[in-house]
Design a protein. Structure first.
Length: 499
């Protein structure tokens, strides 16, 4: 008698280890013939469980309960495990499928499982859940979590897809008696199309999340109400409310390379303290109601947080942008640090900072009030009346130019050539003034200072430049006058401050 491939997998999975702590479960829709089932039972006996598609949790739970005290491995082959009550675990259990799209644990119609389809209540320490799909069958049920883990420690969750669970895709929290969860590892977990929250992380600390993804959930993608957790390259896409909601008990959170993408409200709602967001990305957020809400890429209401190297961008085109600000502080936000972030297009503006003690430095697309920067621009040689320098305010905000130094390294070559430099409306020098230099001599190599009259300097106070792109007074233009400066080599060094 030929043995079907699923049966070969069962034999291989068991004979490879030959341990009493091993069991293989075969879903009802994997079995092609009754004689094949009989063959397996005759060879493998109690180490195999055949499901019939009716309350399959009974057989699964029996297999788990039969494991020895030191735990063991349950392998579920490809197919559907149809359950009417929760699958419950024990410590040191390894519950492993054949892939998150191959082995699917599905809630039966009208089962309305009140807890998780997989439920852990202080009974999954050092456990492993891997290569499974979980289907809450929301269309035919009014309740049910995907995974509900309470008071678990040192457990691993790897390559799992959770969908259509009414309440949460996955919830990790404490027990009713207040026993916390912690030291768990989550990798390649997908939570999608759940009417409620994708990931709910509360009363759970010192956990690591890697490459986990939420999309198209009816609530928050990630709701984090627990401290000391780390997230690497996690993503929220298309969720109806926030991408990442980090609440005020989630201090000491660390996120690296995470993305809030096209979500209904804020990409990242940072209502916590003393946390880090490094290299994260907020993109086209505030999608709910066509962008009518007041939501940003990053909204920060907490204190002592750090945002560094983050990117904020709305790429939907002028007139269609929804992400109000890239980064915005509100409420009691203060003492936060914003360094080296990139703030691109936004509906209203790049950044709003209200914290008087917040540190804001070197953010591309935004200069903070009082922040000092420097820029370099080469001079251009030319004939009399040519423009030798045209420098536009590079910032999206107005600035005060504090000083300009002009080192001439090679003279222009013609006696009597000089330079006038001041604020103008455009690169051609329209309405150019002489706020910085009047008769700066170009024929001699020297260092010139806009504050020194002997260098032709005219400056007596900081000079305002309007924001980049403004129709007037956004340029500094220098013009060669009276004689050619064809051999001129030099530069202008600008020191300016956010207005």
């Amino acid at each position: 008698m030929a043995v079907p491939s699923t049966m070969e997998q069962a034999v291989e999975a068991l004979t490879a280890a030959s341990l009493a702590s091993e069991c293989v479960i075969i879903p009802y829709d994997s079995i092609a013939a009754t004689d094949a089932a009989a063959f397996l039972v005759s060879i493998l006996g109690s180490r195999i469980k055949l499901l019939d598609g009716v309350s399959d949790e009974v057989e699964v739970n029996a297999a788990i309960a039969a494991l020895p005290a030191q735990g063991g491995r349950i392998t579920i082959l490809a197919g559907t495990v149809l359950i009417s009550a929760a699958i419950t675990t024990v410590h040191d259990t390894q519950l492993v499928g054949m892939g998150k799209d191959a082995t699917v644990i599905k809630q039966a119609d009208h089962a309305n499982i009140a807890t998780g389809l997989i439920y852990m209540e202080s009974n999954f320490n050092r456990g492993l859940l891997q290569d499974l799909g979980i289907d809450g069958n929301h269309a035919n049920n009014s309740s049910g979590y995907g995974i509900y883990a309470r008071g678990i420690w040192y457990a691993d969750f790897v390559r799992i897809k959770i969908k259509e669970c009414t309440t949460y895709g996955i919830r990790v929290t404490s027990t009713a008696g207040g026993v916390y969860s912690g030291e768990c590892y989550f990798e390649d977990i997908y939570c999608h199309e759940n009417p409620g929250i994708g990931f709910s992380i509360s009363a759970c600390g010192d956990c690591v999340f890697v490459d986990c993804y939420t999309y198209d959930n009816g609530g928050v993608g990630w709701h984090i109400v627990a401290s000391h957790n780390v997230f690497f390259h996690c993503h929220a896409y298309g969720d109806d409310t926030y991408g990442f909601q980090i609440d005020n008990t989630a201090d000491h959170t660390a996120m690296f390379g995470c993305t809030g993408d096209k979500v209904g409200r804020h990409g990242f709602y940072i209502n916590c303290d003393e946390s880090q967001f490094i290299g994260c990305y907020a993109y086209d957020c505030n999608q709910a109601s066509g962008g009518a809400g007041d939501y940003d890429g990053f909204r920060v209401t907490g204190t002592y947080n750090t945002l560094q190297g983050c990117l904020c961008k709305d790429d939907q085109g002028a007139g269609s942008r929804t992400q109000v600000y890239g980064i915005r502080e509100s409420g009691s936000a203060d003492h936060n640090v914003y360094i080296g972030n990139i703030l691109r297009e936004a509906k209203t503006g790049p950044m709003v900072i209200i914290g008087e003690a917040s540190i804001v430095r070197d953010n591309e697309g935004y200069i903070h009030h009082g922040e000092i920067r420097t820029k370099y621009k080469a001079l251009t040689a030319g004939v009399a009346n040519a423009i030798g320098l045209a420098w536009q305010n590079p910032e999206a905000q107005a600035v005060y130019v504090r000083k300009i130094n002009v080192p001439v390294t090679t003279g222009g070559g013609t006696p009597g050539s000089h330079f006038d430099m001041g604020v103008a409306d455009d690169a051609t020098g329209t309405n150019r003034g002489t706020e910085f230099f009047n008769d700066l001599h170009l024929e001699t190599a020297q260092l010139n200072d806009s504050w020194l009259a002997g260098d032709g300097g005219q400056q007596t106070k900081a000079v305002k430049l309007e924001a980049n792109g403004n129709a007037t007074d956004a340029w500094v233009v220098g013009q060669i006058l009276d004689a050619n400066a064809s051999a001129l080599v030099g530069s202008a060094l600008f020191e300016y401050m956010g207005a």
